[in-house]
Write a protein that binds this ligand. Sequence first.
Ligand SMILES: NC(=O)c1ccc[n+]([C@@H]2O[C@H](COP(=O)([O-])OP(=O)(O)OC[C@H]3O[C@@H](n4cnc5c(N)ncnc54)[C@H](O)[C@@H]3O)[C@@H](O)[C@H]2O)c1
Length: 327
Amino acid sequence: MNVLVAGGAGYIGSHTVQELQRRGYRVVVVDNLVSGHRSAVRCDLMVADVSDRQTIAAVARDYRIDAVIHFAAFAAVGESMENPGKYFANNVVATQALLDALVGAGVTRFIFSSSCAVYGQPNRLPVTEDTPACPESPYGESKLIVERMLRWYDYAHGLKFISLRYFNAAGTAVDGSIGEDIRPAIRIIPVALEVAMDKRPQFTLNGTDYDTPDGTCIRDYVHVQDLATAHVRALEYLTTESRSDIFNLGIGRGYSNRQILDVVQRVTGASLNIVQSPRREGDPACVYADSTRVRRVLGWEPRHSDIETMVSSNWNWRQAHPNGYLD
Ligand SMILES: NC(=O)c1ccc[n+]([C@@H]2O[C@H](COP(=O)([O-])OP(=O)(O)OC[C@H]3O[C@@H](n4cnc5c(N)ncnc54)[C@H](O)[C@@H]3O)[C@@H](O)[C@H]2O)c1
């Protein structure tokens, strides 16, 4: 089967490409390299924007594409609050152009990188797929809009889709072959590792007075290779069942910020300069997934999503690549 991976030069995309190749899929990446890295791609790469309909149509035709996995997006919640237009343009408008090009080329299978940000502040835990979607950021809204668009493309054009609502991606390839190099780092583990490497003077811990056991926020983290295998499962499901669906992709338990910082200190041997600071507006105390459906329907089981592996794999890659990818 031939798969086009949009955004395959990025963090989750490159790990998914690797997993697809391991399973014998033929893969081509389309990426404009706005945040991705050429050297993370070990297959054919077309440097182009996903909104470039001519290129997408040509790739779909030339590679006889059977399915598309779409990672290409901007993904910083805070930035989206300040610049919503940037997020709607890239995550929604460009995705619509991509969908139109794919429909025109006769592609009928589509997997979409959605996010737990569609839920906003969940009204109950764990978060199921039936928890009301009430995004509290333009980023989360952009993901929800695409999910809604997808329903109508299915209805009108028979484009079958799986939307995977990731919770928090973490870790890097356990064999050290590829890594994570999003600049600037915004997520807790990469930022804490940069502090451990003396690339930042301090770690700012936002909110220590939440109603959680240690007072810090709790989130659900999934190892990036486990995310990657979920995409392969989703592809198999679309091929055999040909039915659109939406799944949460979390492991079903959370780690607090303090627990993560403890593991970072243990793994790196560094003593982090942690500066306590007030809560960030809009940060819920605790978010973790109910992952029953993805386990039951797709047969997905996480294998690397323990916190030690998620931290140590990323740390090992950074030790081997102190300046990240060199392109
Ligand atoms: N990292 C997480 O924890 C997380 C959580 C939930 C959802 N997601 C979603 O997963 C996807 C991948 O995220 P990531 O963390 O790997 O980010 P990333 O920035 O590493 O990957 C995004 C890739 O898409 C490319 N890209 C962006 N806009 C493009 C465009 N218009 N045309 C072509 N290429 C474009 C970038 O160059 C990059 O290679 C995103 O859709 C993100 O919203 C990520």
